[in-house]
Design a protein around this ligand. Structure first.
Ligand code: COA
Length: 122
């Protein structure tokens, strides 16, 4: 979980060019175990941006190095907030959605943002 958070942080910092903090983790679910000795790979992308926040999706894969077999073990969504030099939330650049995959991720993240707002209201 810590490594996934770090991967999300790197992606958020690259996108915003700012220091970023984790405001929340929306979803964290293990589909399969990560065993000692596995090689773990993290794929992280900014799926959606608000004004100062970004939803970063992190996909985790574990590889058994003797066989090369890779298993998708986990996906998670981190809400990262960009901070200015005074530590206050600051606007982040808009997302360039270039591929069908970008559009799909953005739409799914938008739906999660709506669901989050509704949960908060309740
Ligand atoms: C995250 C933090 C900077 C937000 O500060 P704030 O004064 O509440 O700022 P705002 O209300 O303007 O919120 C800023 C953005 O964060 C989002 N946000 C804040 N709390 C959130 C939460 N729990 N879940 C999702 N988004 C959240 C807001 O929706 C807003 O997004 P937007 O600008 O895209 O609309 C502040 O709560 C903080 O510093 N938290 C501690 C973070 C930290 O230390 N993380 C490391 C833990 S080890």
């Amino acid at each position: 979980m810590r490594l996934a958070d770090s991967a999300a942080g790197v992606v958020a910092i690259r996108h915003s060019g700012r220091n970023c903090v984790t405001a929340a983790v929306d979803h964290f679910e293990f589909h399969a175990p990560v065993f000692i000795g596995n090689l773990v790979t993290f794929h992280a992308s900014v799926n959606h941006v608000g004004r100062t926040s970004m939803e970063v999706g992190v996909r985790v894969e574990a590889e058994e190095p003797r066989t090369g077999k890779r298993t998708h073990t986990n996906s998670s969504y981190f809400l990262m907030v960009a901070l200015d030099d005074q530590g206050k939330p600051v606007e982040v650049p808009r997302l360039l959605l270039e591929t069908a995959e970008d559009l799909r991720r953005n739409e799914e993240a938008r739906q999660r943002a709506i669901a989050r707002r509704q949960r908060k209201k309740k």
